[in-house]
Design a protein around this ligand. Sequence first.
Ligand code: ADP
Ligand code: MG
Length: 233
Amino acid sequence: MSTTTATTRIRTGLALRDVTLTYPDGESRLTALDGVSLEVAPGEFAAVAGPSGSGKSSLLAVAATLLRPDRGQIVIDGQDAGALDDRARTALRRERLGIVFQQSNLLASLTALEQLLVLEDIRGGRPRAAQERARELLASVGLDAAKQQRRPHQLSGGERQRVNIARALFGSPSVLLVDEPTSALDHERGAQIVDLLAAVTRTHRTATVMVTHDRDLLGRVDRVLTMQDGRLG
Ligand code: ADP
Ligand code: MG
């Protein structure tokens, strides 16, 4: 697959079409996603709400191309993920997707700034420009130069989420997928994180999907979808 830059590529956002996902469950299968369809445009902030076990994380894993559905299509910027081989799908994920997982997976030994730069080492980009970009992104999510030098255990839960969000934005993703970003935060800090996600969705023109079970935060997004027993309404 050819590598495109953030400035030249065409963004059309995320589409899921009639996606069904099952997991092995003893002798049979458990249906986690049941004919789910969803379209999110660039610059749009959609929330998926629903009770625990309704399939929200499964939806994000499929949208992130980390799990292959039994049936249906995942289309990212017009590319059908199911039609790609493993290498091309990994490249698509790296170049187009930003993912904030429910479990913060920051590396304990790295500073906030290094959490972003370690990605650039893997990408083999220019270290100088990357440093500059990482600093700007961290500042834009509210982490000043001093906090950028702290390790995860020296940051609050909300600040760690900000690092996660900055890291997800570092590759200039078209699609931003965020799983329960506020579950470890009090209401006020949770609301601040959702407002930050709304702001980055506008600034970076991402098609953003946030999963949450916190109904109080839903007034802050463009669109709310409800997940129930693997179905999206
Ligand atoms: P949510 O994020 O809304 O809590 P999940 O997507 O995690 O829901 O789970 C949806 C359903 O799929 C649940 O019944 C859950 O137990 C089941 N499930 C999730 N992950 C797996 C897995 N890896 N293997 C088997 N079942 C799973
Ligand atoms: Mg979940």
